[in-house]
Design a protein around this ligand. Sequence first.
Ligand code: AMP
Length: 190
Amino acid sequence: MINLILFGPPGSGKGTQADTLVERYGLLHISTGDLFRYNLKNNTPLGAEAKTYIDKGELVPDSITINMLRQKVEENPDVKGYIFDGFPRTIAQSEALDQLLESHGGAVDLLLMLDVPDAEITQRLMKRAETSGRKDDQDPEIIKNRLVVYKEETYPVFEYYLAKAVKVWGVGTLAAVQSRLSLELDRIAE
Ligand code: AMP
């Protein structure tokens, strides 16, 4: 069982890289951002609750996010492991994840952080806005807020998992970044 946290600021390429890692290692990709967007699209009560936060580039409250994540993990117990993408984003979420994995006899094995400079992030998100249709990618002020939230609330998660964390340079071709990530994952994926 491998439990990987794919970490990094919004727009650092977590989702794109996760899709390729899934194929290579047979892990289940869980993106809390994608789960929220699925709920938004389907007008569920959870989507309605999350919308006000997502539209402003704020974090959805921990209790809502943790319950949603727990449900997704518990619906898929027989997998080779998980790639957590966009979760955990707070220390409380990290503690909840540790407890959840522990209750299944596991733990976080590795946190890979995609290191991408702010200027590149802003450019990527503005470009993604042209095709993603994501409201939170369209507005430079919301992007700025997401980066502030990342630094203040989410970066501490990197320090929380420091003993299991590796920073990987996230700039370059998809394949180049992928091979940097795989190199680290291969070390633990015996
Ligand atoms: P993402 O697709 O990961 O960039 O997430 C889009 C938005 O969903 C974020 O800006 C938050 O509003 C919300 N979100 C996603 N994951 C989390 C999380 N782990 N905790 C709180 N809010 C989240």
